[in-house]
Design a protein around this ligand. Sequence first.
Ligand code: NDP
Length: 448
Amino acid sequence: MTDTEQTELRKFMRGLRKRNPYQSEFQQAVEEIATSVLPWYLKQDAYLKAEILERITEPDRVISFRVTWETDSGEIRANRAWRVQFNNSLGPYKGGLRFHPDVNESVLKFLGFEQIFKNSLTGLPMGGAKGGSNFNPKGKSEREVMRFCYSLMTELHRHIGEDTDVPAGDIGVGAREISFLFGQYMRLENRWSGVLTGKGLSFGGSAVRTEATGWGCVYFCEAMLKQHDQSLEGKSVAISGSGNVALYAAQKLIEKGAKPITLSDSKGLLYAKDGITEEQLETIRKLKEQERGRLADVKIKGTQYHASQNPWGVACDVAMPCATQNELDEEDAKTLIKNGVIAVCEGANMPTTAEAMKAFRENGVLHAPGKASNAGGVAVSGLEQSQNAMRISWSRDEVDDRLKKIMQDIHTRCVEEGEQSGRINYVNGANIAGFKKVATAMLAYGAI
Ligand code: NDP
């Protein structure tokens, strides 16, 4: 960045911090995008005059509401929930719902903001949004989760619709929660519509939606390595998380001949020196998805559980953070670099801190940002919307082929926009490609 660009960035971020105090995750996400796009943006008089950067960083609206529900023992509980409808320039708002005790407005604004550019990169007509609640589904009975979902949808249904805003799952919101939410939406509206994605296959869900984010992340990683004359074959991959994204990334990696050597959760790390096998992964998947167990409960020969550790101290060729935001910091990045990591491919949203990103960049580590590499989930959600609108369903192979093509196209866009002096900066590439399309639409709409 030139001195002028840095001065403009500081000025812009001062204003943004003042307008959004105490929202550190949102500020971090905006600063990353602004850093990438400013060198281009400052040369575009029409965009500057229309204050696109200021407008694009202000959500269209943030809806906040109380969710009251009853425990099994008859006690009344109240949680807070939000829907951040950030930008619908490219299509109806689209983005997941997160249920986790750490959810707050800053986290949802960062996720909704990222979602705008991710959805833009997919090439599908989708705007950006995110929602959720500080409700913790862990330790709750199925009936309690159901009552909470019903209560949340009793308010949310007023604000969403198949052509307005189409939520999906995220951390803490899987097939079970989407089913409860969808059932309550139908009851309230007295009609079936494709208002949520991630639905069950028997009621309008798409083939491959469950697997899409993890598989898409591996397809992107494969394209990135190929671009640099490498392949996944034989590579050891450290994965964090053991939820939807992590498990299906591991599945596809095994299929590609790579070795997933770790999984993790918020309590510890599961390590398999020789790589997790297909059979072992199936056992873990059943434990996590059907029995809602923890990694500490995994008792499989050839794997070790280490409490309170993350995967970044394990030597690997590729790191795939698939758990949560800011889970990989500067110290972790330095350890990975010392241990010879060649690529980082993000399954989670913003899992790498700004300092860790800098360390990877300065040490020539390939780094795919989540808004590009984890876009497979929302892409198949977009395909689910298309199938619902046409009242048809495509086969697994058809959806998978479309997913592969979308991930390859996203990779191509990152390369086109991110090439600098013979090297590819994937973070800049994704940010610039995603931003330009939305900014151009906003400019065309005039002063709305
Ligand atoms: P899940 O709820 O299925 O799994 C989340 C996993 O991350 C769990 O293993 C969880 O462990 C772990 N985790 C969560 N918070 C923390 C924490 N603070 N520290 C350590 N581990 C943590 O979520 P998903 O797999 O769906 O989502 C994972 C990430 O991928 C998120 O960043 C999400 O936004 C992103 N993503 C998801 C998409 C999807 O289609 N599902 C699409 C695009 C992005 P524990 O059980 O102990 O909490």
